[in-house]
Design a protein around this ligand. Sequence first.
Ligand SMILES: Nc1ncnc2c1ncn2[C@@H]1O[C@H](COP(=O)(O)OP(=O)(O)O)[C@@H](O)[C@H]1O
Ligand SMILES: [Mg+2]
Length: 265
Amino acid sequence: MSNASATIPANEILTARAIVKDYPSVKVLKLIDLSVSDGDTLAVIGPNGAGKTTLFKVLSGEVFADSGTVSYNGADITRMPAWRRVRSGFGRSFQVASVFLDLTAAENVLIAVEAYLAQKTQGARFRLGCRPAPDVRDLVDETLEEVGLASKGFDQARFLSHGDKKRLELAMSLALRPRILLLDEPTAGMAPADRQASIELIAAVKARHGMTVVLTEHDMDVVFGLASRVVVLHHGELVAAGTPEEVRQNPLVREVYLGTEVNYA
Ligand SMILES: Nc1ncnc2c1ncn2[C@@H]1O[C@H](COP(=O)(O)OP(=O)(O)O)[C@@H](O)[C@H]1O
Ligand SMILES: [Mg+2]
């Protein structure tokens, strides 16, 4: 096992080094280096097919890289499974919202709250279907409120709008009190107004909880007001990294990749 901690600055919470990932017919990630400082909001941008979701899966432990290392808090987690990463502080949402469709919004959040409490107390507390204790109900209500779903707690998740399903998924991630929140295209499939609202919601929850956020997005403009750092993936290569302004000014990004997508006004 490599001793990654020796080379990682103290404020780096998540580091990926020389990540390679191939699928049978495509080289998806080609030697990706990435570092996320504590408190950062890092946006991974790039067109569809660039490898953003695959990079996310490598960071979250859903798939393992073919080579390269992932470190969290200075410890090597390259081969750590996703569920253990969640226990150690990872929250994750998916490009396609992943909620329990047959349950109500409140029940979905209850599952996450119970999971968090069970983890905190190291014991099984799970009791969906029974009446939750007042402290648990308060946590569920607070969490629904936080994402703007206070009035929809009794709605079956199946009948929520796409945007509300994404809010619910965010609520479930937040209920686990993650230290680092990974959001894969949190605004995917939303109308422009909803995208803006979603970005503002992410900024608000980040400010309230002080967590680190890594998100992907195919449209650069969406993340400009939110991200403190941006990296650009293109055909599985990291072609630029820096502050949003640095990336915006990067000639390679402008001419080769983003020329048709960014409004430079
Ligand atoms: N499980 C998989 N099996 C085979 N190819 C895949 C798989 N997942 C992704 N790919 C391919 O890898 C490339 C990058 O996909 P992805 O990481 O989803 O990109 P992005 O999220 O940037 O759109 C695409 O060419 C995609 O078809
Ligand atoms: Mg994707």
